[in-house]
Design a protein around this ligand. Sequence first.
Ligand code: C2E
Ligand code: CA
Ligand code: CA
Ligand code: CA
Length: 280
Amino acid sequence: KRAKQSGHAELYQAGDSVTARQRFSLETELRRAIERDQLHLAFQPLIELSTGRVIGFEALARWDHPEKGAISPVDFIPVAEESGLIVALGRWALRAATRTLAEWDRRAGAPLPVHMAVNVSAVQFQRDDVVSAIKAALTESGIAGSRLKIELTESCIVTDPDGIARVLRAIHGLDVTIAMDDFGTGYSSLTYLQRLPIDVLKIDRSFVAPMLHDRDSVAIVRAILGLASALGMATTAEGVESEALIETLIGLGCDIAQGYYFARPLPSDEAFAYLRSRPA
Ligand code: C2E
Ligand code: CA
Ligand code: CA
Ligand code: CA
């Protein structure tokens, strides 16, 4: 599956000295890229299905390597996680995303009614003080906590449920919204959903994309939507590529959608222009 997603998959097979060396060089280059500020963010709009309004953006890391060209986060995020570089990368992403939102506000002449969603890795939760990283980003940018959303995966919870509960409560204390990313693909127990201050369930693309031709996917998405509604959580569907899918999701009561049908992840200027071109 990995090989299909990327041309770099061969770099990560263990037990091969050549690939180990290549992997090491990718790590070295990633460290340098972070230090030299050579990563950037792309911004994909989040659309409220009941109104068609853009209510936020997900910030997604991008690395344009000088020789190798664009390297996918599917390839470099795992390298960052295994090497610990994810702490620096994650702090950078929080600062860059909130800084961009502040810049859009300045350009618009007033705070825009949109939020920024930033991915936080499970490894970052383990190794860094995420609360202080968030505080620093909010203070530096002047962005209100209510305009920041953190996307975490279920693997965060599996490793240390009590620790994560404390951290999430502290994040909530900053007014920051918490979304469970790739919901349904991990292994966490449903009891954690009840115990943790999670505001949004984000339904993984692997359930959403096949809905039009696969009844089981529809059943799973419907069940997730029912669960979220019963627990008072909002829902976001990722990987929405067609109008027919949007209609299906509206029919099932999903709140927010994200996908190529609306827009791909866009450079900052294009994301700002997209926002301005849509109904307010
Ligand atoms: P994710 O958090 O699940 O992000 C959604 C991914 O789905 C993005 O891939 C996005 O470009 C893609 N996508 C959105 N709509 C569609 C669609 O309609 N069709 C298809 N086929 N794909 C769609 P991307 O940008 O390649 O990122 C991949 C993963 O890398 C992310 O998955 C996330 O887990 C990770 N990632 C990216 N940036 C960061 C970051 O700053 N920090 C951390 N920790 N992880 C990141
Ligand atoms: Ca995400
Ligand atoms: Ca996903
Ligand atoms: Ca994810």
